[in-house]
Design a protein around this ligand. Sequence first.
Ligand SMILES: Cc1cc2nc3c(=O)[nH]c(=O)nc-3n(C[C@H](O)[C@H](O)[C@H](O)COP(=O)(O)O)c2cc1C
Length: 177
Amino acid sequence: MNYSIIYSSKTGNTKQLANIVQETLTELYPDAVCLSCCAAEDAPEDALTADRVYVGFWTDKGTCDADTAAFLGRLHDTTLFLFGTAGFGASSEYYKTILDNVRKNIAAGNTVAGTFMCQGRMPAAVRTRYEKMAEADPDNAQMKQLIQNFDKALAHPDETDFNELRKALRAWIASVH
Ligand SMILES: Cc1cc2nc3c(=O)[nH]c(=O)nc-3n(C[C@H](O)[C@H](O)[C@H](O)COP(=O)(O)O)c2cc1C
């Protein structure tokens, strides 16, 4: 059994999840070989040939970032576990929409056998932009919600997210073996 962990992370949230994936697999599969654990843009050919490929993305405009999309497009006949972070959270429907969009980059013949998503903090510049928009339009309720969401996201990913990811990995391993 071998596997690869390939991720894209602009500000570090998804990399934190990738670290949990690596730790958990090392614990659950002490004899398995990790062929590659690296950024999607650097993914070597052998990452594509692994028995299991764990792919981490950050959400960009409702789907995965471009580096992850390019990596997913290189996969053929693999079994995948997809994990990702998004600035907006707390809604499984929202995550499902994102994951459906991500799947559009995956060719037929590959199998997505497990998924996990959680919220991830956003850069401070995003809040500054929301604040300016709220100042210009004080009755805009949506802007207030966006600011509330931004503040909620600051705590994520947190230990609860990491534990949920560990749980999802255990469940997926039980189902694909
Ligand atoms: C340019 C840009 C676009 C984004 N688009 C979305 C989006 O459409 N939906 C969303 O929920 N979060 C969006 N986000 C938030 C990021 O997906 C989120 O902060 C993520 O956790 C970043 O992961 P990273 O730290 O691994 O780069 C966007 C962030 C940036 C910088």
